[in-house]
Design a binder for this molecule. Sequence first.
Ligand code: AHR
Length: 322
Amino acid sequence: MRNFRKTLILIAAAMVLFSASAFAKPKTWVVGFSQEGSESEWRTADTISVQNAFLADPSFDLLYSDAQNKQENQIMAIRSFIARRVNCILFTALVETGYGPVLEEAKRAGIPVVMIDRDVAKEDRHLRLTIIGSDFMKEGEKAGIWLANYLKEKGMADKPINIVELQGTVGSAPAIERAKGFRIIMKDHPNWQITRSQSGDFTTAGGKAVMEAFLKEDKNIQVLFAHNDQMALGAEQAIKEAGLQPGKDIIVIGMDGVKGAFQAIMNGEQNCTVECNPLLGPQAVQAIRDLRDGKKIPPRIWTIEGLFDATNAAAAFPTRQY
Ligand code: AHR
């Protein structure tokens, strides 16, 4: 009888231990990720980084949706995440405005929203928890500072400088902020002038078409400031087809730091690229893990980024991941 009671106690203790360890395991969280599209090498690297980071943690299930550069698709995807009652929504806004109502719906459903890369407009920021990504304004400033130093080095600091600008997707955070940042530096250089500015929609084809049009209308261009490398690479094609040498006849500044831009810098056809890091997956997983664990997460999570030109591109190239 005593032995029987002892066995019962042991079984009960084992059950308690088993259930405690089952509770200690983090529960699976379903995260709905709404990506805005796949317009550039940068974007592809970003998507893969997020997918791989969530795949590496079995306590998460990632639902992925590509909006194909259409805001209405993105709003539909977020609504479907809300209907499925996901634990968290991860979201890159194609453009800044127009997401207020759907973010209100997520809030009412009690689903936290974490932004990645591109933010929403100021008036809607109270509806999301945090944003993980780059300081686009600083990127624009870095491009301007680089140009000022380069022109000084070349003895052109006081010459009239005509700049053409290839803007990113109209209304998107990087297009708005990079343009602003560059113009902040321009204020110190009254001899610089933006003579033409148009969107190439962050694509190679867009960059090429707009640069072709610029070159048809205007032969007096010293600098091209492109809001991403994809457009810079397309524009370099257009410059060559117009019988000019990109990187020499026209100074080319790109952004992102994709491998194609590194190759162009090493070939002397692009002068610099301001890095914008797309490998945001690990930071996104960490932030959402912290959220699940009830930790406080900061309202802004930055990435660390550099700048590459003829002085350092070749040395960095072998270690580039995108
Ligand atoms: O939001 C980041 C920007 O979007 C990158 O500069 C660009 O290449 C991408 O498409």
